[in-house]
Structure formats: structure tokens, C-alpha cells
Write a protein that binds this ligand. Structure first.
Ligand code: ZN
Length: 135
């Protein structure tokens, strides 16, 4: 088994935002030289998520942020009593902390319109993303 693991650090700037990670993840995959395998992208936080979705249209990133804000209003959750960020945990829990992408020829097998993004749900913060490529 061959592969590579790298930590990508991301500085977020908004309370709720979507940040494209496709270039950074692609770099790790390229450096791994894995011919055929899997790339896991995992965020090490309870109030951030990883998604794969539309990447070309910036409008979609806003749609995702706005939809999450509508689905999970602030200030009405049990967790708010101790940490005041219940909505952020729920947004992150629904989206999930990781994605897995097939790799071939040291390239991510993403579809034309797909990109990998970090969704910040309780920013701004410094976020740690693990990129693990195995072949
Ligand atoms: Zn919390």
C-alpha cells in the first residue's frame, strides 16, 4: 500500500462560508503519485463540514449558506445553554465531516462540475483538514 497524508490549514473569514479546497487536495493527490486508490478529506472540527458539489457557480455557495441558515435558526437549541452554537453543530452534523473521492493516475476522479469544499459553520476560525491518499 502506498500513499500520503497531509494537513491543510484553512483560515476562514466569515461566520458561515463555503471555501473551495479542490486545488489544495489535488496537489496532495498529485504529490502522492497514487495510480489507483482513494482520497479521504476530513475536517477535524465539530462545527465545520466537507462537501462535494457544484464548484463553478459562486451563486451556489451562497445558496448553500442561505439554505443552512434557514434550516437551522440560531438560539433555540439545547446546546446553546452551554456553548451558544447549537445551530453550527447541526449544520456540520447534517453535512458531515468527510468525503471520499476515487483516484486514478494521481488525479481526483471528480465530475466536471464537482469540487471539494470546506463549509465553515462557526467562523471565523483556523481549520485543520486531513487529506489522506491511499493506493
Ligand atoms: Zn458547541
Amino acid at each position: 500500500m502506498s500513499g500520503m497524508q497531509q494537513t491543510v490549514r484553512v483560515r476562514t473569514r466569515e461566520r458561515l462560508e463555503v471555501i473551495d479546497l479542490t486545488p489544495q487536495v489535488s496537489e496532495v493527490v498529485k504529490a502522492s503519485a497514487v495510480e489507483e486508490g482513494l482520497c479521504t478529506v476530513f475536517v477535524r472540527h465539530a462545527t465545520a463540514a466537507i462537501v462535494i458539489n457544484e464548484n463553478a457557480d459562486r451563486g451556489f455557495r451562497l445558496d448553500l449558506v442561505n439554505a443552512l441558515a434557514k434550516l437551522f435558526p440560531e438560539g433555540v437549541w439545547e446546546h446553546d445553554r452551554i456553548d451558544d452554537n447549537g445551530a453550527a453543530h447541526l449544520k456540520a452534523a447534517v453535512l458531515g465531516p468527510s468525503e471520499m473521492i476515487p483516484v486514478r493516475g494521481a488525479r481526483l476522479l471528480l465530475g466536471t462540475w464537482q469540487g471539494i469544499a470546506l463549509v465553515e459553520c462557526d467562523g471565523p476560525r483556523e481549520r485543520e483538514v486531513i487529506v489522506d491518499v491511499r493506493g
